[in-house]
Design a protein around this ligand. Structure first.
Ligand SMILES: NC(=O)c1ccc[n+]([C@@H]2O[C@H](COP(=O)([O-])OP(=O)(O)OC[C@H]3O[C@@H](n4cnc5c(N)ncnc54)[C@H](O)[C@@H]3O)[C@@H](O)[C@H]2O)c1
Length: 285
């Protein structure tokens, strides 16, 4: 079932930054041709010389489908579709604005669904591979990241269902689980007065921010092998295996002492810039 990547085509949403941009670079180094989609037009410039690019918002199904169809035409098809575009938001659910939860689920869960749906006919035609980028937060939901964790749990469920449904059609589907990786999104969370202290209290090595390149090298290998998941760092697989037993109490206990401080910091930021902007700033937007 393993693949030679050379000459194949990958479509990546959120290709202008972080995980999407590094994956584009590493897949290109393996001879793949790239179609990159992002809401950030300037950010798409020069990520991979020769890549085809399109500006689209994963919240807009019509524009996204048109962009994917257009890229598929320009590239002659799609072998691999990576639904990666996402946002982080943070703050205690008691205090965040309702639109924060809705926006996070709209981009992270429905955006992944819209991408998968639009890419599906192209990937089916190639009996290809899809990677839906979830997060360790799908398995280990964190205080202060409630909306984000809920959206990622949804991505995991979507990917696991699609994996079984598309298998008879020759398409493999993978779910991506990463702990904190060094990207602009995570840098913003660490610096944030709202989430920074809670992240630091998570048990080490869950609190650690891991270098991006090895995580993406593992992702490239997972695409090559058409694996059912990509998990980085690898010890996360052990936590996933005992997730029922763990029931997250380890993380709950470690971070519960930070909640009053998080509430205070969130309220102060919300007073200053508004609740929606305070939550967005945790993800660097
Ligand atoms: N960095 C991590 O530690 C980590 C861990 C687990 C999962 N993830 C997930 O990986 C994905 C990429 O994260 P990252 O760390 O590279 O973040 P990032 O902020 O560096 O990059 C995200 C990209 O998605 C784009 N994007 C955001 N909203 C969009 C929209 N509505 N339409 C189209 N594009 C949009 C942004 O412009 C940006 O280029 C996200 O889904 C994130 O939740 C990240």
């Amino acid at each position: 079932m393993a693949w030679n990547l050379d000459g194949r085509v990958a479509l990546i949403t959120g290709g202008a930054s972080g995980i999407g941009a590094e994956l584009a670079r590493q897949l290109s180094a393996r001879g793949m041709r790239l179609g990159l989609i992002d809401i950030d037009a300037d950010g798409l410039d020069g990520i991979v010389p020769g890549a085809e690019t399109a500006v689209a918002d994963v919240r807009d199904a019509e524009a996204l489908t048109a962009a994917i169809d257009n890229l598929a035409r320009r590239l002659g098809g799609i072998d691999v579709a990576v639904a990666n575009a996402g946002i982080a938001s943070g703050g205690p659910l008691r205090l965040v604005a309702p639109e924060t939860v809705e926006e996070t689920i709209d981009v992270n869960l429905l955006g992944v669904w819209r991408t998968a749906r639009a890419a599906m006919p192209h990937v089916l035609a190639r009996r290809g591979h899809m990677l839906l980028v979830a997060s360790a937060a799908a398995v280990l939901p964190a205080a202060g990241l409630g909306a984000y964790s809920a959206s990622k749990a949804g991505v995991e469920a979507l990917g696991r269902s699609m994996r079984v449904e598309l298998r008879p059609h020759g398409v493999t589907v993978s779910v991506g689980y990463y702990l904190f990786l060094a990207t602009p999104m995570v840098a913003a969370g660490e610096d944030s007065p709202i989430f920074g202290a809670t992240k630091a209290k998570l048990p080490n090595p869950i609190a650690k921010t891991w270098p991006l390149e090895p995580a993406i090298a593992r992702t490239v290998t997972s695409i090559e092998k058409r694996s059912r998941s990509v998990v980085h760092p690898p010890f996360l697989r052990g936590l996933m295996a005992v997730r029922g037993l763990l029931d997250n109490s380890l993380l709950d206990r470690a971070t519960s002492g930070t909640i009053p401080r998080m509430e205070e910091a969130f309220s102060a930021e919300a007073e200053r810039v508004g609740a929606a902007a305070a939550a967005r700033a945790v993800g660097g937007r």
